[in-house]
Design a protein around this ligand. Structure first.
Ligand SMILES: Cc1cc2nc3c(=O)[nH]c(=O)nc-3n(C[C@H](O)[C@H](O)[C@H](O)COP(=O)(O)O)c2cc1C
Length: 300
């Protein structure tokens, strides 16, 4: 990572106009937020995670508000590789929006096919591997809690998408997220994104059943901010590659705190549901006052 005199940021070999991105998921494929967010003004948008085959996602309740947070059990609903690479991605590129393509798979075979399809497009120079979704039975978090699997997935992406920047998105649902980050770095990742949602649940007391069919769901929003900040701090102190902070950003100040913890860039997710202009406000603040320096120097 390097910051120039401006607020540009480099991840891998990719230069972004600014270090403010939309997180994968809440903003879909970008077009859903037309008219609500000026996407060209942001450094980039991490697109909704795509799998090789389309996925219908989880049945039943998918979203439930909690005090200061949001539980989701979307289950990686997505249009699949063919529609995403053939229609959604070219549309974003045509409009001058900077995509970071989020990829996931339920098994190794699906992962290989997805990577091959991504390479065939010739359009992809940066991906975020979602190694951390808590809302699916296979793949997702099951892969991303094992350093050896992280190494295997990152390594394969590096081989197939040669020259592309590979970002590993990690789960906080582990004892030591630093270990996972180190495994990704050693396998050749260009950056780490932290964090995905925290596992939680809710019960409907009237029907005496869990709210979500899969029982567990992923908690996001302001409630998880302190956890995300600590994770970023820990990873920054463990690896040398850039760290992208995500989790609970609810204000411009929250974003500044991620930079002070040593993040090279930030992503905004849940907050766009109730303050769709927050990402642009963060860009405006950085343009005005620059990116705050990391306080992560020795002795802190
Ligand atoms: C409705 C919803 C859908 C999400 N879908 C994805 C996804 O497809 N891929 C992914 O990597 N993360 C997904 N996430 C996780 C977010 O990208 C982010 O890591 C997490 O929500 C924490 O950030 P936030 O508190 O700003 O939302 C999703 C989150 C929400 C709320």
């Amino acid at each position: 990572m390097s910051t120039t005199g401006s607020i540009k940021v480099t991840i891998g070999d990719i230069l972004f106009d600014n270090p403010v991105f939309l997180a994968s998921g809440p903003a879909g494929y970008g077009e859903e937020y037309d008219g609500f967010i000026d996407l060209q003004r942001l450094g980039g948008i991490v697109t909704k995670t795509v799998t090789y085959e389309p996925k219908a996602g989880n049945p039943g309740t998918r979203l439930q508000e909690t005090p200061g947070g949001l539980l989701n059990s979307v289950g990686l609903e997505n249009v699949g590789a063919s529609v995403f690479f053939g229609e959604k991605l070219p549309r974003l590129l045509d409009r001058g929006i900077r995509p970071i393509v989020s990829l996931a798979a339920e098994d190794w075979d699906g992962y290989r096919k997805l990577l091959d399809a991504a390479a065939d497009t010739g359009m992809i120079d940066i991906v975020e591997l979602n190694l951390s979704c808590p809302n699916v039975e296979r793949g997702g978090m099951a892969v991303g809690t094992d350093p050896r699997m992280i190494s295997r997935y990152v390594g394969h992406a590096k081989d197939i998408l040669s020259g592309a920047a590979i970002i590993a998105k990690l789960t906080p649902n582990v004892q030591d997220i630093g270990r996972l980050a180190l495994a990704a770095e050693e396998a050749g990742a260009s950056a780490i994104t932290a964090i995905n949602t925290i596992v939680g649940m809710d019960i409907d007391i009237r029907v005496k059943k869990p709210v979500f069919k899969r029982k567990r769901a992923g908690l996001s929003g302001p409630a998880i901010f302190p956890v995300a900040l600590e994770a970023v701090w820990r990873i920054v102190n463990t690896v040398d590659i850039p760290v992208i902070g995500v989790g609970g950003i609810d204000s411009v100040d929250d974003a500044l705190k991620f930079f002070m913890a040593g993040a090279a860039a930030v992503q905004v997710g849940t907050a766009i549901f109730y303050d769709s202009h927050l990402p642009e406000k963060i860009v405006t603040e950085l343009e005005k006052n620059g990116i705050p320096a990391s306080i992560n120097t020795e002795g802190n």
